[in-house]
Design a binder for this molecule. Structure first.
Ligand code: ADE
Length: 307
């Protein structure tokens, strides 16, 4: 690791943002810290994520936090001070795991089986130098809300660390001493951060050039720039009629411009029906054309006052 790439890890150092690269790199590496690696390995070995790894665009290294526990019994949780129900994730195994891995080159991991004789020395009292360009993200319902914009932001990094919380919470010192960002995938509580980590890896990976089989990639996914942040409209494939419901005539007309206009209108309509607040955001961002706004008002939409 080049010396210029390392700096003492300071979770609240805003200058970290200066390290976001301007252009998406061709590859991305996730280090995922979890007590349950098999929860992720199955999903990572299927479909688009498997293909992205085979193409060398996506790299994921799973680290079992338990391998880094500091006591004989590999304890990773403890009772909450002050009482109350549930268990809390202890700081030492998590901090040790992340510091050990992030101070080593991408792809480094303990040998299979977590042979403790291979565990590098670790100083519990002193934080090592860590690459400041690697966000260390805690998955928690208390985090900022993950969305397509955050996915685009993360896709600009070459390496990311995802820490999956478990039990009823994590010791606060994990946050204060290690974590640089916290993300939530929605206002509901999962039993741990593993499914959230998978959701994030998937959403970020499909944005990388070369991952999706077609040229436009994820540009026309719902919420993406290519769709002005709106929902995608309905899609059809064979057969042209199914239980007497036919594919809209325009889609089989071969008239490219009409197809494009229909798709735009359907996207506007679907967004109006399901997520009207996205139309307000798109208006404020200046993403709606005069034709878009005319079409919407013909369907009963009232534009926000200042638009
Ligand atoms: N862990 C538990 N619930 C979560 C959520 N909603 N998002 C991210 N991580 C979580």
């Amino acid at each position: 690791m080049a010396q210029s790439d390392v700096l003492e890890h300071r979770p609240d150092d805003e200058s970290d943002n200066a390290c976001i690269q301007e252009e998406a790199p061709r590859t991305i590496h996730f280090d995922v810290f979890t007590l349950f690696p098999p929860m992720l390995s199955g999903a990572l070995s299927e479909s688009i994520l498997a293909r992205a790894q085979k193409k060398g665009i996506l790299h994921v290294t799973l680290h079992n936090i338990r391998d880094y526990a500091t006591d004989r019994h590999h304890t990773c949780d403890g009772y909450p001070y002050g009482g109350g129900g549930g268990m809390v994730m202890r700081p030492e195994p998590v901090v040790r795991a992340v510091e050990t891995v992030l101070s080593r080159p991408q792809g480094w991991r303990l040998p299979d089986g977590g042979d403790r004789s291979e565990l590098p020395a670790w100083n519990a009292d002193e934080s090592p130098l860590l690459p400041r360009s690697t966000p260390t993200i805690l998955l928690t319902p208390q985090g900022r809300r993950f969305d397509q914009g955050v996915a685009a932001e993360l896709s600009m990094h070459g390496r990311l660390a995802l820490v999956c919380g478990r039990y009823e919470g994590v010791d606060e010192r994990i946050r204060t001493q290690l974590i640089t960002d916290e993300l939530s995938i929605g206002d509901f509580v999962l039993s741990g951060g593993e499914f959230a980590a998978l959701a994030i890896i998937d959403a970020v990976t499909r944005m990388l050039p070369g991952v999706l089989g077609h040229e436009s990639g994820a540009m026309y996914d719902s919420f993406s720039d290519g769709l002005s942040g709106l929902l995608e409209g309905p899609q059809y494939t064979r057969p042209t009629a199914f239980r007497e419901e036919a594919v809209p005539e325009v889609l089989v007309s071969g008239h490219h411009a009409n197809v494009e206009q229909w798709r735009r209108e359907q996207s506007l309509l679907r967004t109006l029906q399901r997520r009207p607040e996205l139309l307000v955001q798109a208006t404020e961002a200046g993403h709606l054309t005069k034709e878009d706004r005319q079409f919407l008002s013909s369907r009963g939409w009232e534009a926000p006052i200042d638009s």
